[in-house]
Design a protein around this ligand. Sequence first.
Ligand SMILES: NC(=O)C1=CN([C@@H]2O[C@H](COP(=O)(O)OP(=O)(O)OC[C@H]3O[C@@H](n4cnc5c(N)ncnc54)[C@H](O)[C@@H]3O)[C@@H](O)[C@H]2O)C=CC1
Ligand SMILES: O=C(O)[C@H](O)CS(=O)(=O)O
Length: 501
Amino acid sequence: MSATNGHTSEGSRLKDPSLFNTKIVVGSRRLDSHSNKTFDVVYPGDGKTVIATIPECNAQDVNDAVASCRETFATFSQTTARQRSDMLRKLNDLTLANIDDLATLIVRENGKTRAEAVAEVKYASSFLAWFANMAEIGAQGETIAAANPNMRIHTMRQPIGVVACLLPWNLPLAMATRKIGPALAAGCTCIVKPAGETPLSTLAFAELVKRAGYPDGCVNVVTTLDNVAEVGKAICEHKHVRKVSLTGSTRVGKLIASQSAGTLKKLSMELGGNSPVIVMNDANLDKAIEGVLMAKLRTSGQTCVAANRILVQNGIHDKFLAALKEKIATYKQGDGEDDSVKLGPLITARAVEKCRAHVEDALSHGATLAYGPSPPPTPSSGGFFYPPTILTNLTSSMLISSEETFGPVVAIRRFETEEEALEIANDSDVGLGAYLFTTDLRIAARMTAKIETGMVGVNTGMLSACESPFGGVKESGFGREGSKWGMEEYQIIKAVTTDIS
Ligand SMILES: NC(=O)C1=CN([C@@H]2O[C@H](COP(=O)(O)OP(=O)(O)OC[C@H]3O[C@@H](n4cnc5c(N)ncnc54)[C@H](O)[C@@H]3O)[C@@H](O)[C@H]2O)C=CC1
Ligand SMILES: O=C(O)[C@H](O)CS(=O)(=O)O
């Protein structure tokens, strides 16, 4: 199917084809890039259908978008917290009213199942609802008790200015609203750069921002796949971009921090993970299996809090493995629009190759293939699929122990004592999420305190919610998204001292 025909068919998949936007957003304008170059968005489900052709932006596009942000910031930053709260509620209403089309765009650009895409839109909506409330609560300042009786001190929370939002491809819409929501709540304006693999849901969201009544220039969107180095550098070095919020790999996080140093930007870094799961002998087996498969297989294993190392205490190991093999066999892989499918494809052929390489490396270092194809399959022509796989006898020498696999590969390792489990779990340069399955509250209290991550799920494989602070420690980055802390990332606190003598 040709790209042109593909566009026609793609837009016609939507109830509202006007949400199928393939141009960058600069103020009121929908534009091609100054480069006059484009890139193709490919459907991961077959690895070949071009679903859209998108502008390949350059530094000039970034400068234009930042100029639009800056112009609008002058007035939008003066809106009241009540006004910003009301606007976010309207934007959330429009997001939910268009949930089916937004989910269709996510299925087509990311490949995930429709059930997961609908869940993502609801997750994205939860951040808009949350920050509609926080817009007023988080705007309050404080009166400070001055030591000097002639002075009165109070604080003001003010928007930091133009914000750059750099988004990953795995939850393209939810990660967009997890940044744009608090930024708009605070009174900032945004230049948004979705991942090149998944621009469509963000571009559709920008249309909803306009329909919600936001002034042109509140949310600008630039897109790139192959020119990301130039676009990223232009963003990071632009003196009028006061804040960069990145969700992505630690590698890119370090680059952004380095490139932003020259203008001392405020940063939020939601970076890579290598989440350990610890299953104790006393764990509820059903909960442990359910939680591990949720943490491992959500978005086909492509979340930053995906279970990457499964540590199972010796006494429950064999029962756990048997139950896991039985349950994982029920996960059908295939096209995201097939209701019987529970596992969609990975995002690219490169992602499939990474899974294969991790499995091959583990097997070459002594791991056992407990479930899945042998030998590990190479990327096929029929979509970016890697089959669910279980490896046992994991050791620290294997790549899968130290790198995110970002795919449906379950890597299991035995342990005997709590201390041994914690030592293995904490043996990582990153620390985003972790999971613990036990029915003993004393074990939970001891181990959750000692695990070196920003978040821990106890007896659950789902540790994310808009009301909970999301973020990591060590090289998983810094800053928190969602929660009552999420809006502070987009604010400054100004202290005003008045002499009343
Ligand atoms: N902590 C968190 O909340 C999350 C972390 N991640 C991490 O992201 C990685 C996978 O997602 P990807 O999108 O592949 O990550 P990535 O780091 O390759 O890309 C993330 C974003 O940064 C952009 N980017 C890449 N190079 C850049 C540059 N030189 N300048 C500016 N922007 C640049 C990409 O285009 C994308 O928009 C994994 O490591 C995963 O753990 C993914 C999702 C959530
Ligand atoms: O992009 C991600 O991986 C998300 O941050 C994970 S979650 O918020 O969906 O748990």
